[in-house]
Design a protein around this ligand. Sequence first.
Ligand code: NAI
Ligand code: MG
Length: 337
Amino acid sequence: MTAAVTLISGDGIGPQISDAAVRVLEAAGAEVDWDHQLAGMAAIERGFGPLPDETFDSICASKVALKGPLTTPIGEGFRSINVALRKMFDLYANVRPAKTLLSGGRYNDIDIVVIRENTEGLYVGVEHFIGMEKDPQAAAESVMIVTRYGAERIVRFAFEYAIANGRRKVTLVHKANILKCTQALFLDAGRRVAADYEGRVEFEDRIVDNTAMQLVMDPYQFDIIVTENMFGDILSDEASGLIGGLGLAPGANIGKDAAIFEAVHGSAPDIAGQGIANPSALILAGCMLFDHVGQSEVAARTREALVSALGSDVRTRDLGGTATTQEFADKIIGELK
Ligand code: NAI
Ligand code: MG
């Protein structure tokens, strides 16, 4: 059945990698009706707000989106539209697999999934400056919010994901040694949920700073990492570094009623407009999307062709090659079986 999918091509490298992803996925046989919508800077440049009503309505109707990266102004300006979308659609689970597709890097055979709580923590946006004397920004305060409900549902999601995907272990990552309320609640809620899965999936907990070090020293000890919002943001970029970088790391934002698929990386302003970005992460996010909408054969065919293309000498610059985004997309299409 044809899938209706909202397509937000995004900012920076977004339009080029989205174009590549659409071409590859369609060539792989995706039965899809793309509803092209705007968000972020691209929407603002066309005279809309950063999240137009039409875009929101489209996702409400389709319940599935493929989204390019959206630029968020640093330290000022509008708040992240990525975070806003996750909150609006209650996309509480951010699933970010880091799996080796290209051997010969620092590590081989990495297969880690970071599952990040996507709606709470420091990303709730409860923050303000505090003025003192003549300085309106003499201090600043951000509030980390953790609810038992939110912590339980993300840890349960991680265990259910482990069972559905035949995984062996869930590592809960926290900072409960220092943050004795928020992080202790996350850990306590997680331990309670873990008890329901005893004997089926192994469980352990780790402090986040140690985890960051262990990921580099011995990544093979990890299988699924479940953690709160900011730690998940950081550790998922780190995990992508184990498999060749952000150009290869996809992600899914999953809620009860909707799902948005995107790359882990951002809009890469340093290489935007040059036509050299690696489209693989967004293509792999597209694969996660087609698995989600019941077109797994499209996802499998695309992944297989992508792995073949990565194994060839046609690669983008981030992977040591000289191919453009379009040349690499053409190579993948040529490898489709
Ligand atoms: P970034 O992920 O855009 O870039 C980090 C580094 O990785 C850069 O050197 C970039 O060139 C490289 N890179 C990223 N994707 C690549 C690709 N596909 N191919 C080759 N190289 C790639 O992170 P940065 O620079 O910190 O953020 C830029 C903007 O993106 C910010 O406005 C940020 O808020 C936004 N952002 C958006 C996200 C989203 O839409 N979900 C996620 C992360 C950041
Ligand atoms: Mg990030």
